[in-house]
Ligand binder design. Sequence first.
Ligand SMILES: Nc1nc2c(ncn2[C@@H]2O[C@H](COP(=O)(O)OP(=O)(O)OP(=O)(O)O)[C@@H](O)[C@H]2O)c(=O)[nH]1
Ligand SMILES: [Mg+2]
Length: 686
Amino acid sequence: MTHHYLDTIRNIGIISHIDAGKTTVSERILYYSGETHKMGEVHDGQAVMDWMPQEQERGITITATATTCRWGEFRINLIDTPGHIDFTIEVERSMRILDGAVAIFSAVEGVQPQSESVWRQADRYGVPRICFINKMDRIGADYRQTLNQIEQRLKARPVLTQLPIGNEGGFSGVIDLLGEEALLFEESDLGSTVLKRPIPPGAAQEVEEARLKLTEAVADFDDSVMADFLDGKRVTAERLQAALRRGTLAGALFPVLLGAALRNKGIQPLLDAVGLYLPSPLEVTPLVGRNPETGEEETVTCDPVGPLRALAFKVMAEEGRRLTYLRIYSGTLKTGMQLFNSTRKSTERVKRLFRMHAHKREEITEAQPGDIVAAPGCQGTLTGDTLCDPASPLVLEGLTVPEPVVSLAVEAKRAEDREHLPVGLEQLGWEDPTFRVHEDEETGQTILTGMGELHLDVVIDRLGREYGVQVKTGRPRVVYRETLRQQVVRRESFQREGSHSVTAEILLRLTPLPRGSGVRIVVPQAAPPLTPELLAAVEESLQQGCLSGCMTGYRLIDLEVQVLEIPLEAGLPAEAELRTAALRGVVLAAREGRPLLLEPIMSLELEIPTENLGRVLGTLQQKRGQVEGLDKRGDSEVVRATVPLAEMFGYMTELRSATRGRGSYTMEFLRFEEAPAGIQEQFGLA
Ligand SMILES: Nc1nc2c(ncn2[C@@H]2O[C@H](COP(=O)(O)OP(=O)(O)OP(=O)(O)O)[C@@H](O)[C@H]2O)c(=O)[nH]1
Ligand SMILES: [Mg+2]
């Protein structure tokens, strides 16, 4: 069997802080590869990859968009992700299924807070990366500073593979250190023609030094390159490339390229580098799945004739139907096939298949390992589910879903809105695991929960446009948590109506855990007559108890719930009764454990003009903010701080007026901490 086709696939994501230029780079990739015939620009609302009206109006990416193109012998499946932290799930789902990534940095702003977040996400999934330092044309561009920041902030080893030709407005191309030639980008045809020229004589010395540095960096990955380096011999471009590729695939080295996407410079070498240095589906660490019946682990081999294994990583709602994006890991998916959803234990039939080009689709009849495709009509499948061969079930690991921390009460405006609101909310929920909906038991209000104000704002906007639903909204609120201050042991019993004795009983111990531990449930080993099913039911009810919280309706976290005993003197309890005892047991026990309210603390990075520093720091202090560091970036000050989310609603307007529109900030959830006494009291938890 030949794997030639698989060798040439590159599944890559484009990741970075907001506004570094991901979509602008993606648009150029589509243009130079011949996929589009017009260069779409973000600032004109014309980018193919930013196809949602909300994206075009706001000039930001909101949803991960998949597309595909050819570059030489390679098929590149590309996902452009959003940089704003409110849409972090889009990066998460992309990193989960991609084999490599291009991390983009602005040569002016360098490594920004969300560059660090997306870098960590890629680390978590072991995704090899190349770096593209963009915006080399802007005043203040300084790629050396960005390189230093990659080393210091990201603790990574960047390997510079190019030097710039010209500076800022005069930036006209790059010198390729491996091929030892200058690459200039013809302006009259939007950079389509790459002119290869000899290295300008004035740059020879600098090129020599930079090439030597590159050789030294990659020598760790090739003994013969090391030997030649030590002997002072020249190493050919091919050998350097091979060693750099090895270092990149190992996640130890990160090739760095330079460019200015908006000025149409540096994109073709970036595409070459994707082929050269990033892995094919055959070269990534194979996934390990679990057989849902036997619990045995199985390594998934990237084999077109193997049993089908695919992961649903994205769902889009389209007029009440689901369009499910799949990454195929093994087997060949053909239209008409029946699949098993091993996560939910249901079946799906794949009637049609599409290769996605942003919002446009190309109908296909089969897909191979490494492919990224979309299937309509899988109504029982959600993000993170595994679809597989019914004869050979396997569950792949889903994805980590961050916890939303902002909530908003909504109310339908008109009678028809009342009818359509639940439908709209349910369908938006299909798409986005970080968007949740529940009803407040006391007020009967519909409460939406999301990652931040922008996230919920987009949801409300989409409700109006896509579902025709108008809503009134309350003020955004913080999503708190509860935890315990002390350990509690409690015996909870259940007595059926009309019965003279206890019919189910459970002995629980709740122990507070350090911050960030989450919930740990410990149930005894199954032993007759206690069956695994009964114990699973107990575990589920204990989980539910933690979710419902004990005092405020916010969920309980950072505790261990241990079942010490399920007494059987009165016989084996009925499942429903044992469930009730377990659920009530957790809630009542927690109330005895001196419950405590936790509030979300955010990490904040502000960029403000120096003259406004004093005023901004003053307000930050009033907001219970703690400054962790101050840096200079050009004429601005960069302030890093932590601050409770409760103080930050509407901060954008406040900051704008304090800095006459020149200040900006980014904010990301950091941890939960004990809320101050005033807030505890408001919730009756003094
Ligand atoms: N001067 C200059 N501007 C650029 C360059 N690349 C992108 N821009 C501009 O920077 C802004 C942001 O670019 P986008 O491509 O939308 O950035 P993004 O990373 O996709 O942003 P999000 O998706 O919202 O995270 C746009 O106004 C672009 O025109 C560049 O090389 N030079
Ligand atoms: Mg974008």
